[in-house]
Design a protein around this ligand. Structure first.
Ligand code: ADP
Ligand code: MG
Length: 256
């Protein structure tokens, strides 16, 4: 037990350090970013790409640190009833106005789907990351991304650290018709820093895996050329909300 306790203690101080570090990095960085922006106005057109580069790279570090903050956050998750369709709508809007311009996004929602038990902001992050990957996979070919929601019947899984089993009846999937995930990546796809992109961080899916697992959910994928699908299974919200890990979560999904 002593060993375990000290491990836990060490993990906690690493987490605390990461949180402090994240905060401390962001301050000077916003100074750098602001200075570059000011320079940009006075600098010759020829030199502008350089100030632009400083800004872009500073933005990348900010994005990285933002992700690190999520990993470092070990506070208990605040969960409530979340309408997953509103989450998807929000992400879709962000996508269409940014990284997914030119990509067709198709929605196949089951309107009867009950709310998910989860943290809204973190779920936004999950689907943002999945849709971003899907869009990046198809954007060259003007492909399409299909967002779907529905029930999955009778899936029951053990949640780490808990003796009970929970049912995860809600499935949200993100599918694309891109080239597929290279086979040599499958084994480690959710590990941090796995990337095939020139400017990738390899943190998108690691973050997805962490958030979904914090929710007591599961994420899996199937990939072949022209059809890659990520499925996120989550517990449904049921009133009154009982503690996950103590007792069973959610109701039985309706029978087929
Ligand atoms: P990043 O997007 O920064 O590379 P991710 O963790 O989001 O990091 O993804 C890791 C890698 O998995 C990507 O670099 C890509 O090779 C592969 N990948 C993820 N999603 C897809 C997809 N929908 N289609 C093809 N490859 C994908
Ligand atoms: Mg990504």
């Amino acid at each position: 037990i002593g060993q375990q306790l000290s491990h836990r203690h060490a993990a906690r101080s690493v987490t605390a350090m990461a949180a402090v570090l994240a905060h401390e990095i962001k301050n000077p960085l916003s100074g750098i970013r602001g200075a570059a922006q000011l320079l940009e106005e006075g600098v010759s057109a020829e030199d502008r790409p350089l100030t632009q580069l400083i800004r872009d790279e500073a933005d990348r570090i900010v994005a990285l640190v933002d992700r690190m903050e999520v990993f470092a956050d070990d506070r208990p998750l605040e969960r409530q009833a979340v309408n997953i369709h509103l989450v998807l709508e929000h992400v879709r809007r962000v996508a269409e106005n940014g990284f997914a311009r030119g990509v067709r996004i198709i929605e196949r929602y089951d309107p009867s789907l009950p709310p998910v038990l989860g943290n809204r902001d973190q779920l936004v992050q999950v689907f943002l990351n999945l849709i971003k990957n899907a869009a990046e996979a198809v954007v060259a070919e003007g492909g399409e991304v299909v967002l779907a929601t529905g029930y999955r019947h009778g899936v029951r899984v053990s949640v780490p650290g808990s003796t009970s089993r929970v049912s995860l009846p809600l499935v949200i999937s993100v599918q694309d018709n891109g080239p597929g995930i290279p086979a040599d990546l499958h084994q480690h796809l959710f590990d941090p820093f796995v990337t095939t992109k020139k400017k990738g961080t390899g943190l998108g899916l690691a973050l997805v895996a962490k958030i979904v697992s914090d929710h007591g959910g599961i994420v899996e994928f199937d990939s072949m050329p022209r059809r890659t699908v990520f499925r996120v299974m989550l517990p449904m919200y049921s009133e009154p909300h009982r503690e996950l890990g103590n007792r069973e979560l959610g109701n039985q999904p309706p029978q087929e």
